[in-house]
Design a protein around this ligand. Sequence first.
Ligand code: HEM
Length: 534
Amino acid sequence: AGIHDQKMMRGNGGELHQTAGDGTPVLTTAQGGPVADDQNSLRVGARGPLLVDDFHFREKIFHFDHERIPERVVHARGYGAHGFFETYESLAAYTRADIFQRAGEKTPAFVRFSTVAGNKGSFDLARDVRGFAVKLYTQEGNWDIVGNNIPVFFIQDAIRFPDMVHAVKQEPDRGFPQAQSAHDNFWDFISLTPESMHMIMWIMSDRAIPRSFRFMEGFGVHTFRLVNAKGETTFVKFHWKPKLGLQSVAWNEAVKINGADPDYHRRDLWNAIQAGNFPEWELCLQLFDQDFADGFDFDILDPTKIIPEEVLPAKPVGRLVLDRMPDNFFAETEQVAFMTQSVPPGIDFSNDPLLQGRNFSYLDTQLKRLGSPNFTHIPINAPKCPFHHFQQDGHMAMRNPVGRANYQPNSWGEGPRESPADGFPHFPAEEQGRKARLRPESFADHYSQARQFYISQTPPEQRHIAAALTFELSKVETPVIRERMVSHLMNIDETLANTVAAKLGFRSMPEPADAAVPTRQDLDPSPALSIVQR
Ligand code: HEM
C-alpha cells in the first residue's frame, strides 16, 4: 500500500516504467530492482546486527565509496558551460579546417574556466592564472584550444613543468598553501627562473584577479599553424576577446570575497546564463608568415613572448557564445577532457617546445584521471560528427566495432578505410639539426617584454603590481629569495624595484640579476652568497 504500491506504466515511447502509486518512479537498485525500504538496513531484531544479504545496502554504500576520481593535477577547480562558435567569414585562403569554411556556420562548444594552483575545493578569487579551455565539436572532430587568460607562460620548455607546478602548489612537508602564490617554494623557483619574469608581471597585475570569467580574455599562448587546401601555411596566435571588456577586482576586494563567497566566479556565470545574459567572446587571429617572424628580435616559438597587437592587429573571425549550463557538473565539467593535440585538418603545431610537451602530456593525464582509454565514450568528450574506428574493448567500453571486421584492410568490405585526401596531413616542415638538450639563443631575452608590459600599465595598475609584489614577497621568509627577486625587478623597471625594496625594508639594493639560469655552483648555499652570482 501507499508509496510502495508499485505498478507498471507505459511512457510516451511505449517503454515500461516502474511507478509508485502516485505516478512517481519507484526507487531501484543500479540493477533495476525495485527498493522497498531505503531508510533501514536489513538486520536481525530491532537492536541486532546487520545482514550481509542486504544487497541494496551493499550496492548503495559501494557506489558511494567510489564517487571520487582524482582531481586534475593542475586546474583542479573549474566551471564550465555549453554554447556555440559562429564563423564570421570563410578563411579558406588560410586554412582548410571545416569550421572556418562557411560564414554563419555554428559549431557546438564547451568551455571550462579554471584556476591553476588551488585544489578542487579552493576559492575562486585566488591570485592565479585562469584556464580558458574551449572544446569545439567540429565536423572533422574535436578541436581543443586549451588556453589561459594570460598570453604567456612561466617556462619555455615542458620538461620544467613538473618542477614549476610542484613549486606553485602546497609545500610537501606542511601541506599548504594552496591557491596562493605567496610562499617560499614558489618564489624560490621563480627567482631561479628568469624566463618567468614576463609571466610574473602579468600574475602580479590585476589580470590575475578577474571580476568574473565573463570579463576575461583567453589566449592559445603558443604559435600554431594554419594550413590551407593547397598545403600553404600561415602562423597564427589565438585570442578570445570578451564582448563585455576586461574587469578585475582590487586585492582587498578579492580577499574579502574569498571569505564571504568562495564560489563567486561560479555563481556569477551560473546567474548570468540562467538570466539569459549570455557571455560572448570574439575569436581574433594574429596571422603572419616566416619573413614577418624573422623580423623580431625574439622567437615566435618562445611561449614567454607575445606579438604586440600594435605591430600585428588581431583579426576577428568568429564569436563564442555560452548559453547553457551543464545538466550535471560531474558528468560534464569534471569529466571533460581537453587535449592540445586534438586538432582538425587545417590546424597544426609549431615547434614551440612547451606546446610539443603539452601534446604529449594531456593524453596521459586523461587516462589517469578518467581511468580508461575509453574516456572518449563519455558524452561530453565524444565527437559530434560521424566517426568510425577499430578501437575496441578496455574498461567501460560503450562502443565496439560492429560486425566481423575489427581491422583494415579486410576482405569483407566492412568498416572504415583511411583517406589520404581527407585525413589529417601533418604539415611537412623541413627539420634538421644535432640531437642535443639545448635552448636556442633566440629564447634568451627574459626582461624586455616584462618591461614593456609593466610600462604599458596605467599608474594605478603599476601601483597594484608593486603592492602585489610587496605583499607576496613580504610573506617569503628566506631573505636571499627576496633579494633575488628584487635583482630581477631591477632589470625590468628600476622604480618598481626601488619601491618594492623600500617597502620590504632593504637597506641597500642588490646587483641586477643575470639572465642566465643559475647553475648548481651558483646555488652554493654558503651564507656569504646573498644573490645569484654573476
Ligand atoms: C590542464 C592550460 C602548460 C599539463 C590544463 C587546463 C588548461 C591548461 C586550461 C585545464 C583544462 C580543463 O579545464 O580541464 C595550459 C596552458 C599552458 C599549459 C595555457 C601553457 C601555455 C602545460 C604544460 C603541461 C601541462 C607544459 C605539461 C607538460 C596539464 C595537465 C593538465 C592541464 C596534466 C590536467 C588535465 C586534466 O587532468 O584534465 N592546462 N597548460 N600544461 N595541463 Fe596545462
